[in-house]
Design a protein. Sequence first.
Length: 230
Amino acid sequence: MLKQLYSIITYEEAVQTIDAGADHIGLVPMQDGGVLAHRVEHDLVDKIFDKCRERDVKTVAIMLNHDGQEIIDVCQRVKPDIVHFAGMDFTCDEDFATKIREACPGIEIMQAVLVDGPGALDRAIEYSKFADWILTDTGLAPDTGIGASGETHDWDIDKAIVEAVDTPVIMAGGLGPDNVEEAIRHVRPAGVDSLSKTSIKYDGGHMEKDIEKVRLFCERADKAAAELER
């Protein structure tokens, strides 16, 4: 079971999050989009991503802007393993998938799906034609795009998506140590993602990972996955 943890801000919490069991580390590289307090300077992204590669952890660049060329420019600069399209105003399509893969050889594409009703299944099927990963999530806000709401959604739709597509699905949306086992048993995704329920949030938009909750999230995700394999 892949455990994907967002949104890393500092090198120290990146190392601690990896130590706690994360398989994917996601962050928002400096760009014209997203909450300013969550954006990470590119030189620091380099340091974090280097540590991830050293530890065999996949790196994810979260994109919240609406400028395709800027997305390509940022990916060429920080060289993530995966680019996550999470913005409200810009979703990937087959043409752009071809373009960014040509510009950034080897990059994988993760497209977020807003699970707001049955229409999410149709969108996920369409995205699965070109995406390497599908991420199901809750919430839609100008500063955070699809996600970062801390709220759950209808898991039956996630389950339908998992059953309908061959693309691996990472389940997000209000997941934490308290409900990740139930989510895995119900949906059986390829991976689970956590931001809000494994973070400490401060006034002004600043946050940091709650490492004990990250550890519990990863342990319980692995436990649920192991039980399903018996």
